[in-house]
Design a protein around this ligand. Structure first.
Ligand code: 13P
Length: 248
């Protein structure tokens, strides 16, 4: 199996051009020998400054959302071409905060994902269940729907990254246990095999996200189906470098 680990940060609505540039400057020497792909997904307005700060290093800059249209009357939205102009490679799609606060649905996730792929961006598609869904035994049912509808019509599913982010673990300090995360991500991989092809399931990179930090990353990354992390809070500080260097 040759899946390269992938550690990505999600700054959410945090940092400024000044503090972000400073953090990237300090991260560069700490992550330069990473054995994984490294990315920081940042607020759209910070993309030019963060691209400049990370130029010539192994830190990729990603976006936190992308619209499905190429251009047009969509006030406040950002197109794939606009992201590409700044060398953006990755884009988070369908984060639970977008689903919860901004009306994101599996259908809009699907439209954004297809557009991002068409433009040559790598979507990081987020899936995950709410606490009440887990507690009522509905986790797999929710994931089935998010994967089937969100990834509908994709030609080569191995061109996307999936981030499994149980909503109850995001920003709560309550990480899924290694076993819970492994079991659910193995289920997602199996489902990708059914919806697409067994080879795709073996190849696709699947991250875990939700209170992942310098202390728990090693255990999570040691699980056979967990290929990486999508890191919120801990990506706003130098701890991010410790996660990137989980194997050292
Ligand atoms: P935290 O790491 O802050 O829990 O956030 C996870 C997340 O939502 C990453 O997208």
């Amino acid at each position: 199996m040759s899946r390269k680990p992938f550690i990505a940060g999600n700054w959410k609505m945090n940092m400024t051009a000044e503090s972000g540039t400073q953090l990237i400057k300090e991260l560069i020497p700490l992550v330069k020998d990473a054995n994984c792909d490294v990315c920081l997904c940042v607020p759209a307005i910070l993309i030019p400054a963060m691209t400049k700060a990370s130029a010539g290093t192994n830190i990729h800059i990603g976006a936190e959302n992308v619209h499905w249209a190429n251009s047009g009357a969509y006030t406040g939205e950002i197109s794939a071409d606009m992201l590409k102009e700044y060398g953006v490679k990755y884009v988070i799609i369908g984060h639970s905060e977008r689903r919860q606060y901004f009306g994101e649905t599996d259908e809009t996730v699907n439209k954004r994902t297809l557009t991002a792929l068409n433009a040559g961006l790598t979507p990081i598609v987020c899936v995950g269940e709410l606490l009440e869904e887990r507690e009522s035994g509905k986790t797999n049912e929710v994931l089935d729907r998010q994967l089937k509808d969100g990834l509908n019509g994709i030609d080569d599913v191995t061109k996307i990254v999936i981030a499994y982010e149980p909503v109850w673990a995001i920003g709560t300090g309550r990480t899924a246990t290694d076993e819970q995360a492994q079991k659910t991500i193995a289920y997602i991989r199996k489902k990708i095999g059914e919806l697409f092809c067994p080879k795709c399931a073996e190849k696709i990179v699947i991250q875990y996200g939700g209170s992942m930090n310098a202390g728990n990353c090693k255990g999570l990354m040691a699980q056979p189906d967990i290929d990486g992390g999508l890191i919120g809070g801990a990506s706003l500080k130098l701890d991010f470098a410790k996660i990137v260097n989980f194997d050292k």
